[in-house]
Design a binder for this molecule. Structure first.
Ligand code: C2E
Ligand code: CA
Ligand code: CA
Length: 725
């Protein structure tokens, strides 16, 4: 299956390109977003770690601060006193709790955690430890030893009713051993730092973490850092606004990436467009070569190749089919007379005319040269083809005007139909061709239907041609002579040589038939020469009369014709004046220029030329003026009616008058009745020929007739002599 170029383009170029483009965009986008979100994630994790270690750092710092304050001789002296020295304590810590830089509260407690003295945000306060620390103080104090020998400090996060806080704790011990008598178990120093927004923000500032804030656990966002108390319980979360370095990087590379992708798209689009053009180009070339292969370049009509395909398709469909084969009559002459451009223009004009007639009726093709074919389909197509053929012939009756040059052609049309088992395109065409030949043979400018008989005739013609070839080669063609008499005294003035099929052959063929076969099979030159030679040989026995020999139009086309004829006369030793050649009108129509040249040459050489069969076909008085004839032979078809039709009589009279004016003789052919004789004489015919006087006879009979006539003349002369005496 052949794809239309559009689909071909989509499948082979557009789709792959679009997929590649979309893939590249998706992949690049994915890659960039992957890299950027990776960078974001890494930064988040890092920030997470920073905050975590910052918190640890604060706890460590608090533990170390509390250690510094608890492991102190003065503190031991003042705080183990009973009651503890609150004034001293106030001087030492109260203001520090008021600044809130390192801690917000300071307490000194008994071993069990009971608060002995304390300051919260610069104020002296002695709260119940259980209430202030919400019962969580144990989480801190339990991490410290209860003996007086070891010093250790700790810090932990706990949730208090006043807020989440870092609580640092250490036993109060002097640095100087044996400074004072100490109890068995220690008092503790507590430093409390609340996770206030300011404190959290300060951590954020020092570690460059934006919007760092502490939120209760229920408001914590995913990704926030969970804050657990010393017992591992979630008590809140630290959240912040990520810096999103990936997004920044993305923002930085985006314009470049967009430009790059844009460029890539442009390149792909370029490739797409180029490929589309190329595919279109190839498709166009394919379309053109397909058109060229199936169309005639001169007329644009479908050609033989396409026609055969169409016929095959129609035959397959089982529909009735008629083929009308049109061959122009006289096209070659137009082509030779003018030039090939004019010929081409004529073909185009004819094609246009035929196309107009064929519209909605038939499909027109040109086979080449001057041959056209019309294809008709459907029931009744045979009759329709004949009607169309008649229309074509009447269309061509009007000459074409080709830039001021008038050109006249006719058409011989052969029709064949698919009905009689013509089931292949070539068989159908062969039949139409045979019918067309028949139309040409039977006078041109007509239509002929194919019949099985034509096939048989063709085959027989081929056999006859073979036989005729050997007859000519053997010189055994027969010849008969028909006397032509003077109208005024019935004396034989000439004989017409007529070819005869030899008696020795089992066939009996009329000259019309075998002459035509000879013409078609290239035997006419030799046959014509053979008859000329025989006629001239016989004419030597009849010195007082002319010998008339028929010349085929085909012979006249041979440029050697005139020299050959002169040579034959020379061989026979006869003067040129003894020979007359009869040429039919068709010759003139077919090839006027050549015919005129040949006729002029013959007449110059002294051979007389007669126009044969005048009045049988396209008779044109114009020819009589255009060509110079020594004689006009009025056709038997006119002569037959001369005693029945006064119009014919007048026509014959007119021709005789014209001939007289052109100083040409007039012979009436086919005279069969006495009544015709008188009328023809009156009309001005100087010579008569016909069965009334004699049928064509053997040469010996002519010799005998001439001798008889001689004798009669002598006898009459003698009788006249005797009468005179
Ligand atoms: P055509 O040249 O017109 O010859 C005259 C034909 O009329 C002859 O027929 C002749 O027998 C016939 N004819 C003569 N008088 C009468 C008559 O009173 N009544 C009738 N019904 N017919 C008459 P044929 O011999 O059968 O020849 C037929 C044609 O064959 C000739 O017509 C001529 O065109 C052609 N032909 C004959 N011999 C030759 C030849 O040697 N060369 C060429 N090229 N053509 C020839
Ligand atoms: Ca003749
Ligand atoms: Ca004739």
């Amino acid at each position: 299956m052949k794809l239309k170029s559009g689909w071909k383009f989509v499948l082979t170029v557009a789709l792959p390109l679009a997929l590649a483009g979309a893939g590249t965009v998706a992949l690049t986008g994915d890659l960039i977003s992957h890299v950027s979100s990776g960078a974001n994630d890494a930064d988040h994790v890092r920030t997470h770690e920073i905050i975590q270690s910052a918190l640890k750092g604060r706890l460590a710092q608090l533990a170390s601060t509390v250690a510094d304050n608890a492991n102190w001789d003065d503190a031991a002296l003042r705080l183990y006193a009973d009651p503890p020295d609150e004034v001293w304590a106030e001087g030492s810590w109260a203001s520090a709790t008021g600044y809130g830089i390192n801690y917000d509260a300071m307490f000194a407690t008994a071993t069990d955690g009971t608060i002995l003295t304390g300051f919260v945000r610069g104020e002296r306060r002695l709260p119940d430890a259980k209430v202030f620390f919400g019962g969580k103080l144990g989480l801190v104090l339990d991490r410290l030893p209860r003996d007086m020998a070891t010093f250790e400090s700790t810090a932990a996060i706990i949730e208090t009713p006043e807020g989440v806080a870092l609580v640092g704790a250490a036993p109060i011990l002097p640095t100087t051993p044996d400074l004072l008598a100490l109890p068995d178990s220690p008092r503790f120093l507590l430093l409390v730092k609340f996770l206030t927004p300011e404190f959290i923000a300060a951590i954020g500032d020092s570690y460059v973490v934006k919007d760092l804030s502490f939120l209760p656990p229920d408001r914590a966002e995913p990704g926030a850092l969970a804050v657990e108390d010393a017992a591992g319980q979630k008590i809140g979360a630290l959240s912040w606004t990520d810096r999103l370095p990936g997004d920044k990087a993305l923002g930085a590379v985006m314009p470049a990436a967009t430009i790059m992708l844009g460029f890539l798209m442009a390149v792909m689009a370029g490739i797409g467009i180029l490929s589309w053009r190329q595919i279109e180009d190839i498709a166009e070339k394919e379309r053109k070569s397909r058109f060229d292969a199936s169309h005639d370049s001169l007329t644009g009509l479908t050609n033989r190749f396409a026609l055969m395909g169409e016929i095959a398709a129609m035959l397959e469909s089982g529909e009735d089919l008629a083929v009308a084969f049109v061959d122009l009559d006289g096209f070659k002459e137009v082509n030779d007379t003018y030039n090939h451009e004019t010929g081409d223009r004529l073909i185009c004009a004819v094609a246009a005319g035929l196309a107009a007639l064929a519209e909605n009726r038939a499909k027109l093709s040109r086979l080449g040269g001057d041959e056209f074919v019309l294809l008709l389909r459907g029931a009744g197509c045979a009759v329709a083809a004949q009607t169309l053929a008649a229309d074509i012939i009447s269309l061509l009756a009007t000459p074409f005007d080709l830039d001021g040059r008038r050109a006249k052609v006719g058409a011989s049309i052969g029709i064949a139909t698919s009905q009689d088992a013509a089931k292949s395109p070539s068989e159908l065409m062969r039949r139409a061709d045979i019918a067309m030949y028949k139309a040409k043979e039977t006078g041109k400018n007509r239509t002929c239907l194919f019949e099985a008989r034509l096939d048989a005739e063709r085959r027989e013609d081929a056999e006859i041609a073979v036989e005729l070839d050997s007859i000519v080669a053997a010189g055994s063609i027969g010849i008969a002579y028909q006397p032509i008499i003077a109208a005024h005294d019935r004396s034989i003035v000439a004989v017409e040589a007529l070819a005869r099929w030899p008696k020795s052959s089992p066939r009996n063929l009329a000259p019309d038939r075998f002459i035509r076969i000879a013409e078609r099979h290239g035997l006419i030159d030799r046959l014509g020469r053979s008859i000329l030679d025989k006629a001239l040989a016989d004419a030597r026995n009849w010195p007082e009369i002319r010998v008339s020999v028929n010349v085929s139009p085909v012979q006249l086309r041979n440029p050697d014709f005139v020299p050959m004829t002169l040579k034959a006369l020379q061989t026979a030793g006869l003067p040129t004046a003894r020979l007359e050649l009869e040429i039919t009108e068709n010759t003139l129509i077919d090839d006027a220029n050549n015919a005129k040249a040949q006729i002029d040459d013959l007449r110059k050489a002294g051979i007389s030329v007669a126009l044969d069969d005048f009045g049988s076909g396209y008779s044109s008085i114009g020819y009589l003026k255009q060509f110079h004839f020594d004689r006009i032979k009025i056709d038997r078809s006119l002569v037959q009616d001369v005693d029945a039709d006064t119009a014919v009589q007048q026509f014959v009279q007119g021709v005789a008058l014209l001939a007289n004016a052109l100083s040409a003789g007039v012979t009436a052919e086919g005279v069969e009745r006495q009544e015709q004789v008188n009328l023809l004489r009156l009309a001005g015919c100087s010579e008569l020929q016909g069965y009334l006087f004699s049928r064509p006879v053997a040469a010996e009979t002519i010799t005998a007739m001439l001798a008889q006539a001689q004798m009669t003349v002598r006898r009459n002369a003698a009788a006249a002599d005797a009468g005179n005496r």
